[in-house]
Design a protein around this ligand. Structure first.
Ligand code: TMP
Length: 207
């Protein structure tokens, strides 16, 4: 039986996920919960190797299908090696990206289609599903400027990143109970307050 809490963070490039993830981690640590932060793709030896392949600009001719299987492989390993066991031990697991990234980047913006990916993403994650997903919604131009990185994924066209944003908002409308959408137009501290209010409302009575 799962006893932990699983929260994911999603958003386009430069949406400020890392800062807010650190905040959520300390929020739960103050509540004396055991906390584990992971990132996708990565956080296992296998996953970090896969990440290097995926983000390497020399792999610019990688097909979107190849991308899909690499991301799913990294996730399948992370869920079985790290997230699943941690949840069974009662941890709060916070993941920097999870399944919605695949649905949006490869399925929606990448053109493979959301419906077509449904079974595959489920196979990869097994029965591990976030109970809450924070979507940090950012305008692509702003986000890309802010992120400053130029890896293989970030070099894709601005149009691609516009579609990422649209795809996320579509998923958020489809799963309103799980998604909490926060505009990155707010200041860092306003974003943090919005997150804190949500956590207080949902988790204030938990352990
Ligand atoms: P990031 O974690 O630094 O944002 O980088 C990961 C990159 O990989 C980012 O561009 C989003 C992309 N990505 C996908 O395209 N599909 C996925 O399933 C995941 C987890 C990430």
């Amino acid at each position: 039986m799962k006893r932990g809490t699983f929260i994911s963070f999603e958003g386009g490039e430069g949406s400020g996920k890392s800062t807010q993830i650190r905040f959520v981690a300390s929020y739960f640590r103050r509540k004396r919960r055991k906390v584990l932060v992971v990132r996708e793709p990565g956080s296992t030896r296998l996953g970090e190797s896969v990440r290097k392949i995926l983000l390497n600009v020399r792999n610019r001719n990688m097909s979107v299908e190849t991308e899909l299987f690499f991301y799913l492989a990294a996730r399948a390993q992370l869920v079985r090696e790290v997230i699943g066991p941690a949840l069974r031990q009662g941890y709060v697991v916070i993941s920097d990206r999870f399944e919605d990234s695949t649905l949006v980047y490869q399925g929606y913006a990448g053109g493979l289609g959301l419906a077509r990916l449904a079974t595959m993403v489920r196979e990869a994650r097994g029965n591990v599903v976030p109970s809450m997903t924070f979507l940090l919604d950012v305008e692509p131009r702003k986000g890309l400027l802010r992120s400053g990185r130029r890896d293989r994924m970030e070099r894709k066209s601005i149009l691609f990143h516009e579609r990422i944003r649209k795809g996320y908002l579509l998923l958020a409308r489809r799963y309103p109970k799980r998604f909490v959408v926060i505009s990155s137009r707010l200041s860092k501290s306003e974003v943090r307050s919005a997150i804190r209010r949500t956590l207080d409302r949902v988790y204030s009575r938990s352990r």
